[in-house]
Design a protein around this ligand. Structure first.
Ligand SMILES: Cc1cc2nc3c(=O)[nH]c(=O)nc-3n(C[C@H](O)[C@H](O)[C@H](O)COP(=O)(O)OP(=O)(O)OC[C@H]3O[C@@H](n4cnc5c(N)ncnc54)[C@H](O)[C@@H]3O)c2cc1C
Length: 386
């Protein structure tokens, strides 16, 4: 099979690169290892597909230090452009109270179907169960019809990060690119839960949400909700501090961020009865927060107020990479030029989560995948003469 423009990886980044190539009349061949395209995108839609976010005054800042050109690229193709693109595909959107943008139906499947139809109508071709296996004499694949080698004029790699491997992105490509002289930073969990070996007394609050707390790590404080799970702490409130924790910061909880130390102290003094009663009646602490105080606060001091405001979270690190929502690490920025072309492999571009950036949940991940996919697709089209 011959093709001038090849995209390996049919997730959101690869499909947006395909979109850009189609717009420049260079309809590509998109191949993916899985039996169907966009599996992680569909999984993202299971809990409500958060496409992007409005109202963030400095959207690009969410990508933090070391995100290379990503802040600039989401400036060029950011929340307004992502929303307009989805609406152009016939998907009605709504914006939640925190600015998060979702399809009205919450799911990813109608958007993915409409997107693939639109790409097919513009000439893109798709092959599934095509697994890229390395770089010898071209791009080698295992396909349902046996091994094959493609030597396109341009190739866009959009292979994803290295979490949730069962959805397709397994990072198998890292050694092949390293051998070819491309610097790739080791993958690490991002937006990940925390491992905690609970004592038995936590059994009664497993599965409970923890609301109304503030989490501080690495000098930053965030309000957020999370869940006490069998294996530790999970959910958005924890994900947002997971980068700082991964980088070695201690994590502290303020169990009552709206009350100051003296108010908590006075209420505790006034309240009568057992300690759990005083915490419940005097402070209104629910069972989940009380259990966390008892678990992490041992041995309990006489004056509990400072501990309630600054409770150290004892944990065994982040949950494994495969369980993380996304991954940090990937192709290093100095391995790419400003067109997202690999310096070591001219004509080969890369985009999406396989690049070395990370971001919190809240639509920042997909927005960057779409923005980098579009940028790589447009640059590849220019190389083809579009
Ligand atoms: C549970 C969950 C919920 C999420 N929710 C959201 C959300 O609401 N909002 C948000 O912004 N982000 C969310 N994300 C993150 C978001 O889905 C990812 O950041 C995004 O899908 C990454 O896009 P990508 O195209 O770079 O990679 P992927 O979507 O991982 O696509 C990569 C593709 O490459 C293919 N591939 C890999 N290796 C090979 C190979 N050797 N040969 C051929 N093909 C290969 C894979 O099969 C896959 O189809 C969520 C993630 C998870 C796990």
């Amino acid at each position: 099979m011959e093709t001038r423009a090849l995209i390996i990886g049919g997730g959101p980044a690869g499909l947006m690169a395909a979109d850009a190539l189609c717009q420049a009349d260079h309809a590509p061949l998109v191949v993916d290892a899985m039996p169907t395209l966009g599996r992680k995108f569909l999984m993202a839609g299971k809990s409500g597909l958060n496409l992007t976010r409005f109202g963030d005054r400095d959207f690009g800042a969410a990508y933090g230090a070391g995100a290379g050109p990503v802040p600039g690229l989401v400036d060029a193709f950011g929340p307004a452009e992502v929303a307009a693109w989805a609406e152009d595909l016939g998907i009605a959107l709504f914006t939640g109270s925190t600015g998060r943008v979702f399809p009205k139906g919450m799911k990813a499947s109608p958007l993915l179907r409409a997107w693939i139809r639109s790409l097919e109508a513009r000439g893109a071709q798709f092959r599934t169960r095509w697994r890229w296996t390395g770089l010898q004499d071209g791009f080698r694949f295992d396909t349902p019809d046996g091994p094959c080698i493609l030597t396109p004029e341009i190739c866009i790699l959009a292979l994803g990060g290295a979490s949730w491997r069962r959805l397709g992105s397994d990072g198998a490509w890292v050694p092949w690119l390293r051998e070819a002289g491309v610097t790739v930073r080791d993958f690490a969990p991002a937006n990940a839960g925390l491992r905690v070996a609970w004592s038995d007394h936590m059994d009664r609050v497993l599965g409970h949400p923890v609301k109304g707390t503030a989490l501080t790590a690495g000098g930053q404080t965030h309000r957020g909700e999370f869940v006490i799970s069998q294996r530790g702490l999970e959910g958005g409130g924890i994900y947002v501090v997971s980068r700082a924790v991964r980088e070695g910061a201690e994590l502290h909880l303020d169990l009552m961020p709206d009350w100051d130390l003296s108010k908590i102290g006075q209420r505790l003094k006034k309240a009568k009865g057992s300690l759990p009663n005083r915490l419940r009646k005097g402070l209104g602490l629910d069972p989940a927060r009380t259990a966390l105080l008892m678990e992490f606060g041992q041995p309990l001091p006489d004056d509990l107020a400072p501990l309630i405001k600054h409770l150290p979270v004892r944990h065994d690190g982040l949950r494994p990479l495969d369980e993380a929502i996304s991954s940090a690490g990937g192709i290093a920025w100095d391995a790419l030029d400003d067109r997202l072309q690999l310096r070591a492999l001219p004509g080969t571009f890369a985009c999406g989560e396989m690049l070395d950036w990370e971001a919190p949940t809240g639509g920042y991940l997909l927005t960057a995948c779409l923005a980098t996919g579009r940028h790589a697709g447009r640059a590849a089209a220019r190389r083809l003469g579009g």
